[in-house]
Design a protein around this ligand. Structure first.
Ligand code: AP5
Length: 222
């Protein structure tokens, strides 16, 4: 058991900054519970649930899904993850209401956030990353046709599942998602900075380099 095994870490960063890619590394290295609100919402749409039906229109346009829906979803998942284990929160919180609510949810189970990690990337690389992204429909593994293509086109290396393109990864919707990110995130970053929980990492280098930098940050946490 290392100190990373119990960590509660929030990943903040623009669409395409590499939150999902980094979460995949962290969950394997430290055996953490990965809670990705975007993935949960896409599964709800796929399964045609009431939540999925309500969320779909917002997601297609690149807008945030209403807070009450997301907060209920996260509350449910936090309970499932077990209150004592470590967590990666990927895609939540996205605005100050969600950040404050998260603290309350953790308080109720006697836990708290250990680190909010902001992944910093130059905006000009995002379009290429997102339009090149391919995701495995079966296991969720991430690929990129420019930077990390699968061995066989459109087939997952790990489970042979089919790869798909997300319907919010068009240039137009990505622009909107970037805009929405900047409109909401500054108070969240300030919130964690004031609590002395904010760390930053360069997400513009290779995925391996970013992962190594983050592992170092975690090992150096008090
Ligand atoms: P969500 O699914 O959370 O999307 P996002 O935040 O826009 O982030 P992405 O998943 O697009 O990117 P990422 O940073 O994870 O990058 P990735 O690692 O995949 O949210 C989608 C929607 O759901 C929102 O628009 C909203 O509608 C709704 N939603 C979700 N949460 C919500 C909330 N809390 N409140 C309200 N609404 C919410 O990498 C991208 C690509 O780049 C991949 O191909 C990857 O292989 C590649 N890549 C990654 N890192 C590198 C690297 N270092 N070098 C080269 N390539 C790399």
């Amino acid at each position: 058991m290392t100190k990373g095994n119990n960590i509660k870490v929030i990943l903040l960063g623009l669409p395409g900054s590499g939150k999902g890619t980094l979460a995949d590394f962290l969950k394997k290295k430290y055996d953490l519970f990965h809670l990705a609100t975007g993935n949960l919402l896409r599964a709800a749409i796929q399964n045609n649930t009431p939540l999925g039906k309500e969320a779909e229109g917002y997601m297609k346009k690149g807008e945030l899904v209403p807070d009450n829906l997301i907060i209920n979803l996260v509350k449910e998942e936090i309970t499932k993850g077990g209150k004592d284990g470590g967590f990666i929160l990927d895609g939540f919180p996205r605005n100050i209401i969600q950040a404050e609510k998260l603290d309350k949810m953790f308080e109720e189970v006697g836990q708290s956030v250990d680190m909010a990690l902001e992944i910093i990337v130059p905006e000009e690389i995002l379009i290429q990353r997102l339009t090149g992204r391919r995701t495995c429909a079966k296991c969720g593994a991430l690929y990129n046709i420019h930077f990390s293509p699968p061995d066989v086109e459109n087939v997952c290396n790990e489970c042979q599942g089919e790869l798909f393109v997300r319907n919010d990864d068009t240039v137009e919707v990505v622009d909107k998602r970037i805009d929405v990110y900047w409109k909401n995130i500054s108070p969240v970053v300030e919130y964690y900075r004031t609590k002395n929980l904010l760390k930053e990492v360069n997400g513009g280098s290779s995925a391996g380099e970013t992962a190594a930098d983050v592992a170092k940050i975690i090992e150096e946490l008090p």
